[in-house]
Design a protein around this ligand. Structure first.
Ligand SMILES: Cc1ncc(COP(=O)(O)O)c(C=O)c1O
Length: 346
């Protein structure tokens, strides 16, 4: 899964590496992401898992992008487009198994299939679903209930002689915990970037008899010191004067802000690493700058490298740590890094 700019890591960079490492397909969210890949020469199968507006269907067919289908509305239009372009469209049905996001109800699956089958230019290549509650808990009763619902649909297809070659439901957490969810394809996202879907997934993995999975985050996020200045005791730092120094302070101004994806809720809360030491944020995160206290970091100077996420010396600031400071998940921390920030592959 390289959707959302490859979880913020850089869609082109990651796609290249993923394919070289053995991925067969790429999964994107939008038509636009699919087209970006095609225009850069990626000719592997690409599945769009998000919503394609009706007026985007033509683009998907033109660029040979596989589509997830869970509505009746696109079917006629897709068939017309295919006839016009003399192309086939490869469709993956998405079944509602209890997430109540995209998906067609179990009782409507066959009707949708019969409608698609009216058109020889439409091929049902896959049937899929997605888990709702596999990361957030160590109790996987609901995931098992969804898996059973998915299996029921597969049985309905079998009983009605509907052959669908690719069945897929698994994300990272299920790929780590439940081999019975693999079927014909696994849609791994967060784990591919070396991040755990959650603490609960990690704990569930440890509690299994199998050898635990080892994940190492691949992303570091860095900025530079843009200015160093002495600030007197009692000075107010940044917008809103939300921090007042309690001592004479050596302050470093850093060239990163909420525009770049550094969450404004981290104001006065988080740390960065400079020369292997933690420097606390002082004042609000601004659009393009943050300020940190470097009084206790000897030698800190202009243009020093600053680690916002990643390792420096003995210490590490993880996406998970930032996520827990602002009450979100590591997924959001990394996907929010603005695409304009240069991605450098090491
Ligand atoms: C449809 C679909 N499949 C797979 C994934 C990958 O999930 P994960 O990143 O937990 O592996 C996602 C992520 O949100 C998704 O929406």
């Amino acid at each position: 899964m390289v959707k959302a700019n490859a979880y913020g890591h850089g869609i082109l960079e990651v796609s290249k590496i993923a394919l070289r490492a053995g991925a067969d397909w790429l999964g994107v969210n939008s038509l636009e992401e699919g087209i970006i890949l095609r225009k850069k020469g990626f000719d592997c199968p690409i599945l769009i898992v998000g919503y394609i507006p009706l007026d985007g269907l033509k683009g998907a067919v033109i660029h040979d992008l596989r589509l997830i289908v869970y509505n009746f509305e696109p079917v006629d239009r897709l068939a017309r487009i295919c006839r016009l372009l003399q192309k086939k469209a490869l469709l993956h049905l998405k079944v509602e198994t209890g997430t109540y996001r995209q998906g067609i109800r179990e009782e409507d699956v066959l009707t949708l299939i019969r409608k698609v089958q009216e058109f020889p230019e439409l091929v049902i290549e896959g049937v899929s679903s997605h888990f709702a509650n596999i990361e957030d808990t160590t109790d996987h009763t609901y995931a098992k209930f969804q898996l059973e619902s998915f299996q029921r649909v597969l049985q309905i297809l079998k009983d009605n002689n509907v052959e669908v070659p690719i069945k897929h439901i698994s994300c990272t957490a299920s790929a780590i915990l439940f081999p019975e969810t693999y079927f014909d394809m696994v849609r791994t996202g967060i784990g591919m970037y070396g991040l755990w879907p959650s603490k609960e997934t990690y704990l569930s993995c440890l509690s299994q008899k199998r050898k635990p999975v080892f994940l190492k985050p691949v992303l570091s996020w860095k900025a530079k010191i843009a200015q160093i200045k002495k600030v007197p005791r009692g000075a107010f730092i940044g917008y809103g004067c939300t921090y007042r120094t309690t001592r004479e302070t050596l302050l470093a101004v850093l060239s990163v802000g909420y525009y770049d994806g550094y969450d404004r809720s981290l104001s006065n809360l988080s740390y960065v690493l400079i020369r292997g030491m933690r420097a606390p944020l002082r004042g609000r995160v601004a659009m393009n700058f943050i300020m940190v206290d470097v009084t206790d970091i000897p030698g800190a100077k202009l243009e020093d490298e600053v680690v916002l996420i990643g390792e420096d010396g003995e210490d590490v600031i993880s996406a998970d740590e930032l996520a827990s400071l602002v009450g979100t998940i590591n997924y959001e921390i990394v996907t929010r890094i603005n695409p304009h920030v240069a991605r450098i592959i090491v």
